[in-house]
Design a protein around this ligand. Structure first.
Ligand SMILES: Cc1cc2nc3c(=O)[nH]c(=O)nc-3n(C[C@H](O)[C@H](O)[C@H](O)COP(=O)(O)O)c2cc1C
Length: 312
């Protein structure tokens, strides 16, 4: 794929390879590490607009971005245009220039409230949300899926709506809600949407290798790609796309990840949080069954660091 700078509203983003929002994964530590690997823009995981307004500490913790606010967008979700705008204007979001609106989350808890992917069948409400958020003066971006059920294709309509309502970029996850995270992305839906608007269109879904990224760009003409699970299981996927060499090896990357989590969460929570990354880091690796078992049982970050130091 061709690497290029992108204009997002009045911002210049240094390249067109983004890191997706992923609840429970793309916290401060992973965003920082991926920025160091060269990624252009990262996103916080979805944060509830109402949670922010009503002062939920849990929501606020998700925002922390250290020195990286200039390469981090915050993603918010909600269904009430008024609260969404309030969230954009809130003190908590003062460090973020870009606010992304989640219109793709399939999780029942979110969907049942008319939020996330539920908005994909209510374009009028979706438009009101974007228009209100734009009034906050933030650079607004939108992340959608291609619909709710197999056969749906709302991407073009939504891309036009988002552009018309003042959004500066749209990311299209090329799957419908019912597909959750499996199946080939709908390249045609992304391609049609890309042709219909002038704002940048970022393509997402199923990018695990350099070849996947090339296929995505060749088939859709999108302006860039958003890496999700692929960037967790291969921290150097971004280097492969950028054609840069990494300063870190898998060993030093994992060690840095554990240290950063320890700084942010403290020892106990960091060792618990690390567990879910183990299957990603060792996906496809042979002879690591015992190591994986020990890592998920580790009670402290010291234990994890020792295991990594001794075995990688
Ligand atoms: C565990 C997990 C958490 C996710 N959390 C979010 C989220 O907070 N906001 C969002 O817009 N998408 C979220 N997504 C969707 C991803 O951003 C991405 O669209 C999806 O994983 C498809 O890309 P992939 O096939 O390359 O993984 C999540 C996906 C996963 C697997």
């Amino acid at each position: 794929m061709q690497v290029k700078e992108l204009s997002v509203g009045k911002l210049r983003v240094k390249n067109n390879i983004f890191l997706a929002p992923m609840a429970g994964y793309t916290d401060y530590s992973i965003r920082k590490l991926q920025i160091e690997q060269g990624i252009g823009l990262t996103f916080t995981e979805l944060v509830s607009a109402k949670g922010l307004i009503y002062g939920g500490e849990g929501s606020k913790q998700l925002l922390f971005s250290g020195d990286n606010y200039n390469q981090t967008a915050v993603q918010i979700f909600g269904s009430d245009p008024y609260f969404m705008r309030l969230a954009c204007e809130s003190e908590d979001l003062r460090h973020f220039e870009i606010v992304d609106i989640n219109m793709g989350c399939p999780v029942p808890k979110v969907f049942k409230n008319g939020e996330g992917s539920a908005l994909l069948t209510d374009i009028k409400k979706a438009e009101e949300i974007v228009s209100e958020c734009v009034k906050s003066g933030k650079t607004i971006t939108v992340k959608i899926r291609t619909g709710q059920k197999q056969g749906d294709d709302i991407a073009t309509e939504f891309a036009k709506m988002a552009e018309h309502a003042g959004a500066s970029l749209i990311t299209i996850h090329g799957r419908v809600r019912d597909a959750y995270y499996s199946g080939e992305p709908d390249f045609n839906a992304i391609e049609r949407a890309k042709k219909a608007v002038n704002i940048p269109v970022i393509a997402n879904g199923g990018i695990f290798t350099e070849q996947d990224a090339n296929i995505m760009i060749n088939n859709t003409g999108a302006d860039g790609v958003m890496l999700a699970r692929g960037a967790i299981s291969d921290p150097f996927l971004v280097n492969k796309l950028l054609k840069t060499s990494s300063q870190k090896t898998l060993k030093t990357y994992i060690l840095a990840h554990v240290e950063l989590m320890k700084e942010q969460y403290g020892d106990e929570k960091a060792s618990r949080e690390f567990r879910k990354f183990t299957p990603y880091y060792f996906k496809g690796a042979v002879g690591v069954k015992q190591l994986k078992a020990k890592l998920v049982q580790a009670q402290s970050t010291k234990e994890i660091l020792d295991l990594i130091n001794q075995n990688l």
